[in-house]
Design a protein around this ligand. Structure first.
Ligand SMILES: Cc1cc2nc3c(=O)[nH]c(=O)nc-3n(C[C@H](O)[C@H](O)[C@H](O)COP(=O)(O)OP(=O)(O)OC[C@H]3O[C@@H](n4cnc5c(N)ncnc54)[C@H](O)[C@@H]3O)c2cc1C
Length: 467
């Protein structure tokens, strides 16, 4: 039997539309699918995202099994383990879809050189983006883009690729399987509301896309800023672990959807994801360092009690608290409320965006090496193409505008369920009769605000202005 090849699954936990897997199939060699829980390269997943990944791995292993293949799972140093596995199996080629964090790039480069020195091949593919980040260049400056709109225009002009594939029902297994450690145990979801909401794995991703087209696609451009109800696709955790590719999403939009306002808007959001990875590649320190250097000396407050109140959804600002509690109960947060909650932490509380980034990393199912840091830097005002520092979301007005009847806020802050009208978003403005009719004693049933909006806003503007 011919020498086997290895497919190294990483952030691409799917079999369809998987260029690395498709290339291995095309080689006609026996295939050894591998997942390495890499403890040496790449940022370790937070609790919620790790639960997602482990559940998804089981789904992937099941899908491989039906095609006659066994997923080999090993935990440890990714580079060392892959070298050992190649030697052990005498694999001729290792196929993978590229990752773009600086240390994963370094790891893959080293592996590729080592394979070459040993008369073998390492072949990387674009599996989770439309383009490798070095492919899109600003022709005027000869450098990379720093602003989203021209970047996305250049992507569209280059023509979004659509590399789709379906693997055959049976694949060739090696004569002998290498040893595998047991897959991580199935465990209960870390948050109570997660099981009902999510189905990690490729099948769950495709189902989510269908549900989006059926229920929320029409009107997406207008509704996507409304956090109450399901107004967006909720594909982000599936995209994060590569259970579906952006190219599949693009193809599924089809001609009749793509030429609509909703289609263009939705595709441009996938474009924002592409841009985040582009930035991560061009600014490898993005998860730790401000893209605008001057923010590195910003006098962030060390305020552990305020940080804790924010994490627990007890700031006294209902839309912020609802957002943080949505995160705690579902592992997800709507994009509008991510911006409101992040703005509140970095501007009202003047707490370093990295504290917020770390908390989101721990709690989000979609916690993503590129999108999370880019989202935080954008909101804090220190990123590329960022919201200007003087844009300080007013959490009261944001609530009234985007959650007008309080559907979202009351879902996650049910102690406010009996309030109506504008005071839902500023309970301290309600008369004592209104509060007592609603069964609320401020600072007992629901916290009083931990900062006064006007004071916090003025303080933030002063500090940002002095930069
Ligand atoms: C502070 C902050 C932190 C964030 N952290 C993450 C994160 O860790 N992981 C993550 O995937 N997204 C993150 N985002 C971006 C965005 O909030 C989510 O991608 C979006 O809410 C996911 O919901 P959806 O899948 O229903 O989005 P949809 O509106 O249906 O959009 C479709 C897809 O486009 C991409 N997308 C949408 N909006 C953005 C955006 N603003 N930036 C980049 N990509 C986008 C996502 O992959 C999303 O799944 C963050 C945003 C902010 C402001």
């Amino acid at each position: 039997m011919s020498q086997p090849v290895i497919v190294w699954f990483r952030q691409d936990l799917r079999l369809n539309d998987n260029p690395a897997f498709a290339a291995a199939i095309q080689s006609n060699a026996p295939i050894i699918p591998v997942f390495v829980d890499d403890t040496a390269y790449g940022r370790a997943a937070g609790t919620t995202s790790l639960w997602w990944r482990n559940t998804s791995l089981r789904a992937l292993a099941g899908d491989l099994k039906t095609r006659g293949l066994t997923l080999i799972y090993r935990k440890g140093d990714g580079l060392a383990l892959m070298r050992a596995l190649v030697e052990e199996t005498n694999a001729a080629t290792v196929f993978w879809n590229r990752q773009y964090e600086k240390d994963t790039i370094a790891r893959d480069t080293q592996l590729k050189s080592w394979l070459k020195e040993n008369n073998r091949n390492g072949v990387g593919h674009v599996g989770n983006l439309f383009f490798d980040p070095w492919q899109i260049i600003n022709k005027n400056s000869g450098s990379h883009y720093k602003v989203f709109s021209p970047f996305w225009k250049a992507c569209l002009q280059a023509g979004l690729p659509c590399d789709l594939s379906v693997p055959p029902a049976q694949l060739t297994a090696p004569e002998q399987w290498p040893k595998s450690q047991p897959l991580p145990e199935a465990s209960a979801a870390p948050a109570t509301g997660m099981d009902a909401l999510w189905q990690p794995g490729e099948r769950g991703a495709l189902k989510m896309l269908d549900m989006f087209f059926e229920n929320s696609f029409d009107g997406y451009a207008d509704n996507r800023d409304t956090p109450g109800g399901v107004t967006t696709s909720r594909l982000s955790p599936h995209l994060r672990w590569g259970e579906i590719s952006p190219q599949r999403i693009y193809a599924s939009l089809g001609e009749e959807r793509i030429d609509t306002n909703d289609g263009r808007k939705f595709l441009s959001e996938i474009g924002w994801r592409e841009f985040s990875y582009y930035l991560l590649y061009h600014y490898p320190d993005m998860p730790e360092r401000c893209l605008q250097q001057k923010f590195e000396t910003f006098p962030w407050r060390d305020a552990p009690e305020d940080l804790e109140a924010w994490k627990q959804g007890r700031t006294g600002y209902p839309i912020v608290d609802a957002a943080m509690r949505e995160l705690a109960t579902t592992g997800f947060m709507h994009n509008r409320t991510r911006m409101i909650a992040a703005s509140f932490l970095t501007k009202h509380l003047l707490i370093d965006w990295r504290e917020g980034e770390r908390w989101f990393w721990e709690c989000l199912a979609d916690a993503d090496p590129a999108n999370n840091a880019a989202g935080w830097q954008w909101t804090a005002g220190c990123g590329a193409d960022a919201a200007p520092y003087f844009r300080i979301f007013n959490p009261i007005i944001q609530g009234r505008k985007f959650d007008p009847d309080g559907t979202y806020t009351k879902t996650y802050a049910p102690e406010l369920a009996n309030l109506t009208g504008k005071v839902i978003f500023a309970p301290w403005e309600a008369s004592s009769d209104t509060l007592s009719d609603a069964g609320i004693s401020l600072d007992v049933d629901y916290p009083a605000p931990i900062v006064k909006h006007e004071t916090a806003r003025a303080r933030a503007l002063d500090v940002f202005h002095a930069l």
